[in-house]
Design a protein around this ligand. Structure first.
Ligand code: ZN
Length: 417
C-alpha cells in the first residue's frame, strides 16, 4: 500500500506530483527531443542561464528573514563586575611574550566610566596590569583614581625566566604586586603555547613546570585569585581547511592556529593545567573563557566537580554558549556560584569585534543572559567573527543573574557589596 492510499486520498504518486508542479517539464521535453529528432517541432536548443562566478565566502552576508522578538537590554539587571578586560598592555612583546613592565593604555578612565555608567558596570578588572613600575602606574591611574570602579591584576615577568632564582623571584614579585594593589594574577596563554626555555626560542615550557610552583603558592597564601587562560578554541588545533568551523577567523589570523608544529594538543594543555589545580588546592583559579573548553561543557563540568578551587568566566565565549542554549542554561543552573561575568573587553580593539569595548558589546551579553530572544548576533560585526552561527538567550532568573554579574566576583576579589 502506498503512502497516498494509506492516507485515504486519491492515488497520486510523487512522479505525478512533480509533473503537476512543472518540475519535470524540462526533463520531459529534453527526453522527448532525444527520442524524436524529427518530430518537426522547431525549438531553440535549451539555454542554461549564464553562470555567475561563485560568491566568495568573505562577501557572503545573509540577512535573516526570521521575524522574532528583539529585546534591547540597555543596562545589566544588577550592577556588574566585568572580571575580564584589557585596559593596558605591555609596551613590548615578542613572539607572543610580553617583555616589558611598562604599560600602554587603551582607554582613559573617563572614557571607560562614561560607558560603564550607562551600562551598569560597577567595576572593570584590568587583567593585563603588568608588574613592577608598570603595575604601580596602572593601579595609581585607575584603581586609586576611581576607587571601586577599577581593579588591576599583575602578570609574571617572563623576561626574567632565565635567571637561576626565577621561581623564588617570581613568588616574591607576586607578594610585592599584592602590596602595590594587585587584586590577582593573570596568566595569558603565553604559558603552554609561547614561552620557551630561552624565552622566545627552544622547547616550549609546560604549564605545570615546577618552576612556577612557588608563584601559584604565593597567590594561595595571599588569597588572591589566578585568572588563567590556557589553550584556545579547539578548532585552532585542527587544520585550517574547509571542515574547520572557525575557518574565516583563522584565515584572518593565521598566527592563531596551533595545529601541528611543536604545539601540544588541546587535551595535553588542559591536562597540564589540571595538574596545577590539583597540586595547589589552596589557590583559587578563575579559568577564563568558560574553562577554556566552551565547546564541551561536559568536560568543564567534570573539572568543576573535580577541582573546588576552580571558577570560570564567560568572556568571548557567548558565541559558544549561545549556540547550545539548553545545555548552557543547565550549566548556569548547576554552577551558578562558580560562573563570572566577563567580556574580554578591549578599548578600541576593533580587530576583534567579539571583544571590542563599547555599549553594543555589553548589550549583547545582557541579551544573552537575560532574555529568551532567538537567533541573534554574538558580536557587533557584519560577519560573525568566530564562526558563522547565531545565538539564543538563556533567560536566567534574577537570583542567578545577581551571582553571575556581581556576587561571585565580589567574593573572589574580597569586595564588600
Ligand atoms: Zn583576555
Amino acid at each position: 500500500m502506498d503512502a497516498a492510499r494509506a492516507m485515504g486520498g486519491n492515488v497520486f504518486n510523487r512522479r505525478q506530483w512533480l509533473y503537476s508542479a512543472g518540475m519535470l517539464a524540462g526533463a520531459a521535453r529534453l527526453a522527448g527531443s532525444a527520442q524524436n529528432p524529427d518530430s518537426g517541432v522547431h525549438s531553440e536548443p535549451e539555454k542554461s542561464p549564464p553562470k555567475s562566478a561563485p560568491l566568495p565566502l568573505s562577501e557572503y552576508e545573509p540577512k535573516s528573514m526570521l521575524q522574532v522578538t528583539e529585546t534591547h537590554v540597555e543596562r545589566a539587571h544588577f550592577p556588574a563586575i566585568d572580571i575580564h578586560t584589557h585596559i593596558s598592555l605591555s609596551t613590548k612583546s615578542e613572539k607572543g611574550i610580553e617583555l616589558a613592565a611598562e604599560r600602554q593604555y587603551l582607554g582613559t578612565p573617563e572614557e571607560l566610566l562614561a560607558v560603564m555608567d550607562r551600562k551598569n558596570i560597577r567595576a572593570m578588572v584590568n587583567l593585563t596590569g603588568g608588574y613592577d613600575d608598570g603595575l604601580k602606574e596602572a593601579v595609581t591611574k585607575y584603581d586609586n583614581g576611581y576607587p571601586g570602579r577599577f581593579y588591576t591584576f599583575t602578570e609574571p615577568s617572563y623576561s626574567r625566566f632565565k635567571e637561576p632564582n626565577y621561581p623564588q623571584l617570581q613568588a616574591d614579585a607576586i607578594e610585592r604586586a599584592h602590596r602595590n594593589g594587585a587584586k590577582g594574577l593573570k596568566i595569558l596563554k603565553t604559558l603552554g603555547l609561547y614561552l620557551r626555555e630561552n624565552i622566545t626560542s627552544g622547547t616550549l615550557v609546560k604549564i605545570d613546570d615546577r618552576r612556577f610552583d612557588p608563584m601559584w603558592d604565593a597567590c594561595g597564601q595571599l588569597n588572591i585569585p589566578v585568572a588563567i587562560h590556557v589553550s584556545d578554541p579547539v578548532a585552532f588545533f585542527t587544520p585550517t581547511d574547509r571542515f574547520n568551523e572557525r575557518y574565516e577567523e583563522l584565515s584572518n589570523h593565521p598566527d592563531w592556529s596551533f595545529y601541528d608544529h611543536d604545539f601540544p594538543s588541546n587535551a595535553e594543555l588542559l591536562e597540564a593545567r589540571n595538574r596545577v589545580f590539583g597540586r595547589h588546592p589552596k589557590t583559587q583559579f578563575i579559568v577564563l573563557h568558560v574553562g577554556n573548553f566552551s565547546e564541551d561543557l561536559g568536560n568543564v563540568s567534570e573539572n568543576l566537580n573535580r577541582f573546588p578551587n576552580m571558577t570560570v568566566d564567560i568572556a568571548a565565549r557567548i558565541g559558544e554558549l549561545g549556540r547550545q542554549p539548553r545545555t548552557a542554561r543547565r550549566f548556569f543552573d548547576k554552577y551558578q556560584d562558580r560562573i563570572l561575568f566577563g567580556t574580554d573587553a578591549t578599548p578600541h580593539g576593533d580587530e576583534f569585534p567579539q571583544q571590542v569595548f563599547g555599549e553594543t558589546l555589553y548589550e549583547i551579553y545582557y541579551r544573552f543572559l537575560e532574555t529568551d530572544d532567538e537567533y541573534f548576533d554574538y558580536a557587533p560585526a557584519k560577519i560573525p567573527p568566530q564562526g558563522r552561527w547565531k545565538i539564543y538567550g538563556i533567560e536566567l532568573p534574577p537570583a542567578i543573574l545577581k551571582k553571575i554579574y556581581f556576587e561571585n566576583a565580589a567574593r573572589l576579589l574580597h569586595l564588600s557589596a
